[in-house]
Write a protein that binds this ligand. Structure first.
Ligand code: ADP
Length: 165
């Protein structure tokens, strides 16, 4: 069975992430979606909120997906789950530099785990969790970014919380 692991902050999950999940499901029999906890990255949503939103957004994508969270290294998690590949998405050229470094860092840690990239649909290449949060802050239209229940939660954060970044 071919298993892939898709790690990310998912702060929050967007249609761009979902597009990558759908592409990965055409290659992998089982896809683990890993909500990562990076102590150096400030997130708008807590780990529990991000986990819940990812599960909810992917609940109709079938039983081959499992959503989990981890505070260990991605390669360690991939190995423990028996995943051969880390899945990542590419939007624009500026993603490449960061992904290039991460891929080599992960490869150095464990040569048996490789990284596979999917290019998102054109219509999602402008889309990022950061942009969604910026637009929400100024009450712009977010309907192209994420499912409506996510948009409501982003807006809710800006109504009740002081933004953390
Ligand atoms: P991280 O903090 O690990 O980069 P993100 O949630 O920002 O977490 O991104 C996780 C992965 O999903 C990355 O590989 C990123 O390039 C990809 N991604 C994010 N948004 C999109 C999008 N709109 N289209 C395709 N891939 C995306």
């Amino acid at each position: 069975m071919k298993k892939g692991l898709y790690p990310g902050s998912f702060d929050p999950i967007t249609y761009g992430h979902i597009d990558i999940v759908e592409r990965a499901l055409k290659i992998f029999d089982r896809l683990y979606v890993l909500v990562s906890v990076n102590p150096h990255k400030k997130t708008l949503f807590t780990k529990e909120e991000r986990l819940w939103m990812v599960k909810e957004a992917l609940k109709d994508h079938g039983e081959r997906i499992e959503v989990l969270t981890s505070e260990t290294l991605t390669v360690t998690h991939a190995k423990n789950l028996g995943a051969s590949h880390i899945v990542r998405g590419l939007r624009v050229l500026t993603d490449f530099e960061y992904e290039f470094q991460m891929t080599h860092a992960n490869r150095n840690l464990d040569r048996s785990i490789d990284t596979i990239f999917f290019m998102t649909d054109n219509k999602y290449s402008f889309l990022s969790s950061t942009a969604a949060k910026e637009i929400a802050r100024f009450e712009g239209d977010l309907s192209d970014f994420a499912p409506s229940f996510i948009i409501e939660r982003i807006k809710g954060k800006y109504r009740t919380d002081k933004p953390r970044d």
